[in-house]
Structures are given as structure tokens and as C-alpha cells.
Ligand binder design. Structure first.
Ligand SMILES: Cc1cc2nc3c(=O)[nH]c(=O)nc-3n(C[C@H](O)[C@H](O)[C@H](O)COP(=O)(O)OP(=O)(O)OC[C@H]3O[C@@H](n4cnc5c(N)ncnc54)[C@H](O)[C@@H]3O)c2cc1C
Ligand code: FES
Length: 342
């Protein structure tokens, strides 16, 4: 069976019984997507012809009205016939070549009980280009993949920095904590995703960078890209976590503040606020942003982290004027494996 993507009219072969997006990514076609779990709606496309099914049921990312209007969620829909879809515009990111590469673990740093800094060295002859905010997939046996955002900025990509949170019972993230050692080889594929910094002309428009937990990883890439390439505009970083020790690079972040007059940092703890209250705010990230910005009309908000954070921002920030087109996000969801673990 075949997939045709308009307006590019690119044709690829589908993988039997697997979501359409998976075949597109395997064919190095970087269609818009984020969570791959059916929740965020980023992979929505218009079904021009053909039939699809939803083996896991229809999910939050597609409303009843959108379904009736002929929209499909490419990360969940499995084709029953040849299909033709119209995908939203693929921005400049698609010009970046997606590569499959071996890379060596150069350094491991335990930043918190459940957060590991992993530094990867790419083969010297390979030129790995990406944009600030993108992610890569670590390939596991059986064509299975695990997504992690790149924390390094494009201008400093000698070592690829990843921030990996251990998921209880998680196959790959537990291996990172238990068995991965310096010198090990990992296979990666990337860069992927459309969560990238979009330059603007209006230098007064606030840039609001929002991170939940290890969502700090792509936010760090965007922040370093903006600060170190001399972009001058008001930058507000909001980083939220449960407890202070989850803000695993707050010292690095705070050390930047005295050097950049336009940079402001707010850290927010949802649990365990005690003696540290003076350093951090208590509560939820979206409430802190709403309190600080009565009018978000001209703001550009970039957010990464758990799906609950992204959902709260999508729901609440437009109430204070943020146009949804100015909310860019990467939702750290997960898609259950269906292929056998080999
Ligand atoms: C675009 C994107 C970028 C991401 N970037 C990062 C990043 O920079 N840093 C980072 O730490 N994580 C990131 N994630 C999440 C990360 O991909 C998953 O946590 C990881 O794939 C889990 O792999 P695993 O093999 O350990 O777990 P699995 O063996 O796949 O999962 C075991 C079980 O754990 C649960 N689980 C798995 N993942 C999660 C999760 N994220 N949250 C809650 N429960 C889960 C599920 O119940 C699952 O069945 C990102 C996800 C996406 C989609
Ligand atoms: S709903 Fe498909 S990528 Fe998020």
C-alpha cells in the first residue's frame, strides 16, 4: 500500500499494520508530529482519499468534529487502502537531512536521582546538522525507537547532549541508569521534529521558554542558540518541576542571568516548597505565566515537557490573548511498542 503526501506529491510505501507516520519517518519524510501518542494533534492531516482505521481507538488529539471533517491523526491511523493526505506545510526543517548514525557514549553525568546527562560523540566524518529544539530517536532492536530532545545548540554540536529521565519500568531509560557505560555505541536517527526556534522581526516581542522537568533539554538548546548567536529580545525562562532537586541545571541557568540583561528566569515547584520558597515560586507553571503576563498577544511561547503541561498551556494561555499559532510545543509522550522485543 502507498501513501501520497500533498502538496509535495511524494509517494512512499506504507508499513503493514503500522501507523502512517511511522512509515513516513522511516522513509526520512519529516512530517509534522510531536508526541506520537495520539494526544497533541500535531500530526493532524487531511485525508483526501483512502481508508484508515484506529487500532488503539480514537484519541484526544482528534475531536469528533475534526474526524467528521475528514482529518486524520497520522501517528495513530493505520491505512486500510492506498491513501492520499494533505499535510500541513512542512517548514524549513525538512531541508535538514535525517541521518541514521552510530555514536559513542562519551560522558555520563548523574544530575538528579532520576536524570542522567548523556553526551554522545558522532563519527568524525559525519556532519550532523539540526535546528535548536529538535530531537533524535535512539534505535532499539526490532525497529523500535525512543525519542530524546537535543540539548546542545546547533553551533556547538561536537558532542550531542541529552537529558534522560528514568521512567519506572522503562526499558531504555532504565538501561541508561543501570548498564550504559562510557564507550558504548548507540544507533541514533535524526534530527526530527518541528519544534524549532522561529526568528521574528519584532525585537520587543517576548520570548517565553517553558520547560517541565527534562523538557528543559530542548529549551536549553533554544536558549543557548538565541543567547549565543546574539539575538536580542526579552527572554523569559519558566522551568517547573515537583521538587528543587528536579531542577537539575538551575545553577547553570542562574549563572547566565547576570550576563544577559534581557534574560529573566522563574522556577516553579509544584510540591515540596519549604525553605527554598524565596528561590522558587510554588504552584503550576501555567499559573505563574498567567500571573506575570496579563497580555500575551505579542508573546511567542515555546514549551516542552509532559503532555499535561502542554494541555494546560493550550487551554489557559489563549485566555490572556496568546494566539495558538504563537504557541510552539513538544509533548514528551510515549507510544506503546507493538512490535516484539528482540
Ligand atoms: C518528541 C519527544 C521528545 C522527548 N524528549 C525527551 C527528553 O529530552 N528527555 C526525556 O527524559 N524524555 C523525553 N521524551 C520521553 C521519552 O521518549 C520516554 O520517556 C522514553 O521513550 C521512555 O522509554 P523507555 O524505554 O524507558 O520506556 P518504555 O519501555 O517505552 O515504557 C515503559 C512504560 O513506562 C511508561 N512511560 C514511558 N514513557 C513515559 C513518559 N515519558 N512519561 C510517563 N510514562 C512513561 C509507560 O507506561 C510505558 O508503558 C521525549 C518524548 C518525545 C515524544
Ligand atoms: S497526536 Fe500524533 S504526534 Fe501527537
Amino acid at each position: 500500500m502507498q501513501l501520497t503526501v500533498r502538496p509535495q506529491n511524494r509517494v512512499i510505501s506504507l508499513i503493514p499494520d503500522r501507523p502512517i507516520l511511522e512509515a513516513a519517518l522511516a522513509a526520512h519524510m519529516n512530517l509534522p508530529h510531536s508526541c506520537k501518542g495520539g494526544n497533541c494533534g500535531s500530526c493532524r492531516a487531511h485525508l483526501v482519499s483512502g481508508q484508515v482505521s484506529y487500532p488503539r481507538g480514537r484519541t484526544l488529539g482528534l475531536s469528533e468534529a475534526e474526524y467528521r471533517a475528514g482529518e486524520v491523526l497520522l501517528c495513530q491511523a493505520v491505512a486500510l487502502t492506498d491513501v492520499v493526505v494533505e499535510a500541513r506545510e512542512i517548514r524549513r526543517v525538512s531541508d535538514v537531512e535525517i541521518k541514521a548514525l552510530p555514536c559513542r557514549v562519551e560522558r555520563l553525568e548523574r544530575w538528579a536521582p532520576d536524570v542522567m546527562g548523556v553526551y554522545l560523540r558522532l563519527p568524525a566524518i559525519e556532519d550532523f546538522q539540526f535546528q535548536a529544539g529538535q530531537y533524535l530517536d535512539v534505535m532499539l532492536p526490532g525497529h523500535r525507537r525512543r525519542s530524546f530532545s537535543i540539548a546542545s545548540p546547533p553551533h556547538d554540536a561536537g558532542l550531542i547532549e541529552l537529558h534522560i529521565r528514568q521512567v519506572a519500568g522503562g526499558e531504555f531509560t532504565s538501561a541508561v541508569f543501570d548498564t550504559l557505560t562510557v564507550g558504548d555505541l548507540l544507533r541514533i536517527e535524526g534530527p526530527l521534529g518541528h519544534f524549532v526556534y522561529q526568528p521574528v522581526d519584532e525585537v520587543t516581542a517576548p520570548l517565553v521558554l517553558v520547560a517541565g522537568g527534562t523538557g528543559f533539554s530542548p529549551i536549553k538548546s533554544i536558549l543557548r542558540h538565541v543567547l549565543e548567536s546574539g539575538v536580542r529580545r526579552p527572554i523569559h525562562v519558566y522551568w517547573g518541576a515537583k521538587r528543587e532537586l528536579d531542577l537539575y541545571q538551575s545553577a547553570w541557568l542562574m549563572a547566565r542571568v547576570p550576563h544577559f540583561a534581557d534574560l529573566r528566569v522563574v522556577t516553579v515547584l509544584s510540591e515540596g516548597v519549604g525553605e527554598e520558597t524565596q528561590r522558587h515560586r510554588a504552584g503550576w507553571l501555567h499559573d505563574a505565566i498567567l500571573q506575570d503576563f496579563p497580555d500575551l498577544h505579542d508573546a511567542h511561547v515555546y514549551a516542552a515537557g509532559p503532555p499535561q503541561l502542554i494541555a494546560a498551556l493550550k487551554e489557559h494561555l489563549p485566555r490572556q490573548g496568546l494566539p495558538l499559532a504563537q504557541l510552539y510545543f513538544d509533548s514528551f509522550d510515549y507510544a506503546p511498542d507493538e512490535q516484539s522485543r528482540t
